[in-house]
Design a protein. Sequence first.
Length: 85
Amino acid sequence: MNKTAVLAAAVAAAVGASFAAAPAAVAADKKMEKCFGVAKAKGNDCTTATSSCAGTSKVDNQKDAWVLVPAGLCDRLVGGAKAAS
């Protein structure tokens, strides 16, 4: 593998890791908002009442699990709420 390909792969991995590690930072940068009650099981972005880790929701549409969505979309999703219920 040439040096350019290795460097490109390293940069892509670093950028991807920074977004995965900081969903709140992504929200601020791209006008995103937390939407509770719409995540699939193990598909939440972060923080539920019973856990602080992404991917830990136990059931689909868990009311205290959230995902980041574009601003304004949560209000249009069935079951979506901007705060945990």
